[in-house]
Design a protein around this ligand. Structure first.
Ligand code: FE2
Ligand code: FE2
Length: 465
């Protein structure tokens, strides 16, 4: 029996009984006319996708639906447990007469019909800003994802904020360091460094800032339409509701003490005590003057700060680039002030994969900026779970757990990998199997050397290379 549709190309995808299979052909060098029995011996299932992803898979070498016999044969090589999981997806076992929240279900196809390789109960590692409460005030809004409603996120919390043109996130500091990326628009940021010198700068899309714990700062949206940004804190317990704000602190200091502190008349401070009891937080103000004017004011005081709290990632070349994506790593090696946070900004083209890897040094907190993807996290002891992600979602991978992120959409998938660590660090499955004696790998996984030799002997970050 000939299988002409395989040709010389491994990795082809086909459909059978509503299931998509991607088959890796180990011996593909002998042409397309090999006999069926010989070909069958060399088949390995590499990847199984649920039927909902038909449109997506059609784009990727979809070959037809005449391979039921091949599916059955391929399943036979799996454990009984995996066979059952695969067959359950083909017969009535997986039907769901309802009730169902259709919108949530449709956004999570890999939860509704998990890959058969998923197994066991694991803590949820998916959350979303889109289900977080928005605190809306004149001048903008904020929402947060913290350990309170995302229990796995012990090391990092996130805040998503929008400020209008002139809208101010008031002068404040907090008991956690703040890493930030501008998502849309532009803002003016200010800070005071450890030497008591002021810092002011205007930042645009894809630029970053970092304020260490206890460093006071502010953010103000610039014309024409203000900004939206993401804040990442190196403590899962951080809350925007618990920061030290200048209007809050001064309002709760006796007027005579405040007057004595500054050497001014008590009556001149009356406006402070007319403010809200919990501080102003976000408020609408006039857009700031020209940047040069603000800088000149600093220079006439104690002088401008010598610390750069900002990083222009918008001008940074890619740290790594392949046909299917690019990665920018920003940590204390190139952004000196960011001593407790490391970041990787990842772009995965349609069909690409952020390769199987793990991080030795910290938990990973992810923010999905745009696109559609899925991630499987392997929790050891036979446990693995796959979740879907869209723009605005948050993912979390506890330290050292293996994972990948695959672009399952038709546009670029862009996301952030954030770590509570001075340096970005990871190791990949490809590095592991290609830098270990091949005979030892063969004895573990049954993979012959001819196959191992095809695996890139380095860490591409994004595959295919
Ligand atoms: Fe802050
Ligand atoms: Fe990762």
């Amino acid at each position: 029996m000939k299988l002409p549709f395989f040709g010389n190309h491994p990795g082809r995808v086909f459909k059978s009984n509503g299931i998509f299979l991607q088959v890796f052909i180990e011996d593909h060098g002998g042409g397309s006319d090999a006999s069926w029995p010989a070909r069958y011996k060399n088949l390995r299932i590499f990847h199984i996708m649920p039927a909902q992803q038909e449109n997506n898979m059609n784009r990727r070498n979809f070959l037809g639906s005449s391979s039921a016999v091949l599916l059955t044969s391929a399943i036979a090589s799996h454990s009984q447990e995996l066979q059952s999981a695969i067959k359950g997806r083909q017969d009535k076992s997986a039907t769901n007469p309802g009730p169902e929240n259709q919108l949530v279900r449709d956004a999570n196809p890999n939860t509704f019909t998990p890959p058969p390789t998923d197994h066991g109960e694991v803590q949820a590692f998916w959350s979303s800003f889109s289900t977080a409460h928005r605190r809306i005030q004149e001048g903008g809004w904020t929402r947060q994802v913290t350990i309170e409603d995302f229990p796995i996120s012990k090391e990092i919390a996130g805040v998503n904020m929008r400020l209008t043109a002139g809208g101010v996130r008031e002068l404040h500091w907090h008991n956690a360091a703040e890493w930030a990326i501008m998502l849309r628009g532009a803002a003016r940021i200010t800070a005071l460094d450890n030497d008591g010198r002021g810092f002011v700068k205007d930042l645009g899309e894809n630029d970053l800032w970092f304020f260490p714990t206890g460093i006071p700062h502010s953010i103000q949206g610039l014309p024409p339409d203000g900004c939206e940004f993401l804040l990442v804190f190196d403590d899962g317990h951080f809350s925007e509701a618990n920061t030290t704000q200048i209007s809050d602190w001064t309002r709760h200091t006796p007027p005579d003490v405040l007057a004595k502190n500054w050497g001014v008349a008590e009556e001149s401070l009356a406006s402070i005590y007319a403010g809200p009891a919990e501080g102003r937080f976000i408020f609408q103000a006039e857009p700031p003057p020209a940047l040069s004017e603000d800088i000149a004011a600093l220079n006439s005081a104690a002088g401008a700060s010598k610390t750069d709290f900002s990083f222009l990632m918008s001008r940074m070349p890619a740290t790594a680039k392949t046909r299917y994506g690019e990665v920018r790593v920003v940590d204390s090696a190139n952004f000196a002030v960011s001593t407790t946070m490391a970041a990787a900004h990842v772009i995965v083209r349609p069909g690409g994969l952020r390769e199987l890897h793990w991080h030795q040094n910290a938990d990973e907190w992810q923010y999905y900026i745009q696109g559609k993807g899925r991630m499987t996290v392997f929790f050891n002891g036979g446990k693995a779970r796959t979740a879907d992600f869209n723009g605005g979602d948050v993912g979390y991978v506890p330290r050292t757990l293996g994972h990948y992120v695959e672009n399952t959409g038709d546009t670029d998938l862009i996301f952030l990998e954030m770590f509570k660590s001075p340096r970005f660090s990871d190791l990949s499955l490809s590095e592991w199997v290609t830098n270990t004696p091949p005979e030892l790998i063969r004895q573990h996984l049954g993979i012959p050397r001819t196959v191992l030799e095809r695996i890139a002997p380095h860490k591409p970050l994004i595959t295919p290379v």
